[in-house]
Design a protein around this ligand. Structure first.
Ligand SMILES: Nc1ncnc2c1ncn2[C@@H]1O[C@H](COP(=O)(O)OP(=O)(O)OP(=O)(O)O)[C@@H](O)[C@H]1O
Length: 361
């Protein structure tokens, strides 16, 4: 028993997600409410040590999916495997021990206000019957891990939102779950606190090799923490891939619209002057990976007749991959617009003509 709750230092090092095994497997999961197919045939896998983000608009089916995973909702059909064991279709009693393999953090923290911070963290271990001294030792280790060692005796009411979520994370990790489910865990927090909680989750993911499945409606959360993203719409996964490639080239309308707020946009001053014809074409050029590593603009300048100017844009780094958007104004008189597009497409850049401007103020 004691061995089962080995110290944090005893946890294996981070996993190589490419080589490691599947922790969660969801197969053709369906759950409908009356006429509403809330989850409509979802299949997904989460590998050990990876962070999978599931993103979708309000009502897309995220909560229903995560509730099926933690056993709060019964799927109509389909299967859920956690560490190879099927949890869908189990009775409440059979589910109990498997639930401990699933940690959960919530938007509103769900702490017990009458219990101190250390008691909240130790609660899952009390339910497991671990002796008090060991529970408190483990709680102290976890509070240290989440940066709240000095708040062990405090009560939730005296904590900030970010501190409450740190306690929630410590509690979720108490029973050494196989996977941590996060249900909009940062949605109630301000941007700075959100960043610190996401950094903490990423840190724990990397230090402990913790597998995380999170649902969110914010692309910023996906960008800062996820390895892979699945986009859900009307109960179905409409797109799935590495975060950097989804950011660089979203395939679905939903992903494009969710990304609109954080992908670079043409400055309003230029967008307002766009017309159907003009002296310059305004091109949106999306580049990623190889295309973003090469000296694209200098190659363009030496290869294409006529002149162009960079009006806006830049390169970001997502998961170590360069991902960027450049807005170019290309003179139409030289006939170089079509050639520019061809040149860029040949180098795997995605090009869209947004319109034309005549004055370059
Ligand atoms: N208990 C229920 N009874 C009836 N309909 C439900 C129930 N739970 C969810 N639904 C419906 O199922 C669909 C998916 O809801 P769900 O809460 O899973 O979406 P969501 O993506 O989590 O949305 P949000 O981001 O707003 O929480 C919605 O149309 C919702 O109205």
């Amino acid at each position: 028993m004691t061995q089962h709750f080995a110290t944090i230092e005893g946890v294996p090092p981070p996993f190589d997600t490419a080589l490691s095994e599947t922790v969660v497997r969801i197969v053709d999961l369906k759950r409908r409410f009356g006429q509403t197919p809330a989850v409509d045939g979802v299949s997904l896998t989460v590998r050990k040590g990876e962070v999978l983000g599931i993103i979708g608009r309000s009502g897309a089916g995220k909560s229903t999916l995560i509730r099926c995973l933690n056993g709060l909702e019964r799927p109509d059909s389909g299967q859920i495997f956690v560490e190879g064991r099927e949890i869908s279709g189990l009775s409440e009693r059979e589910l109990q021990p498997l639930r401990r393999r699933i940690g959960m953090i919530f938007q509103h923290f769900n702490l017990l206000s009458a219990k101190s911070v250390e008691e909240n963290v130790a609660l899952p271990l009390k339910i497991e019957g671990l002796p008090k001294a060991e529970r408190l030792k483990r709680a102290a280790e976890l509070l240290d891990l989440v940066g709240l060692a000095d708040k062990a005796k405090a009560y939730p009411a005296s904590l900030s939102g970010g501190q409450k979520q740190r306690v929630g994370i410590a509690r979720a990790l108490a029973a050494r779950p196989a996977v941590l489910l996060s249900d909009e865990a940062t949605s109630a927090l301000d941007p700075e606190t959100t960043r610190s909680i996401l950094a903490l989750l990423k840190d724990i993911n990397q230090k402990l090799g913790l597998t995380i499945l999170l649902i969110t409606h914010e692309m910023e959360v996906i960008r800062s923490i996820a390895d892979r993203v699945a986009v859900i719409d009307a109960g179905r996964i409409v797109e799935e891939g590495a975060v950097w490639s989804t950011f660089a080239d979203p395939q679905s309308e939903v992903a494009r619209s969710l990304l609109a707020g954080i992908r670079p946009q043409l400055p309003q001053a230029i967008a307002a002057r766009l017309a159907g014809t003009g002296r310059e074409a305004i091109l949106r050029v999306d580049i990623a990976g190889e295309a973003a590593r090469r000296p694209l603009l200098s190659e363009l300048a030496t290869s294409i007749p006529g002149r162009f100017r960079l009006v806006h844009g830049g390169i970001d780094t997502i998961q170590g991959e360069p991902v960027g958007t450049l807005f170019l104004a290309v003179e139409t008189a030289s006939g170089g617009v079509a050639e520019t597009i061809e040149f860029l497409n040949a180098r795997k850049a995605r090009v869209e003509v947004l319109g034309y401007v005549t004055d370059n103020a």
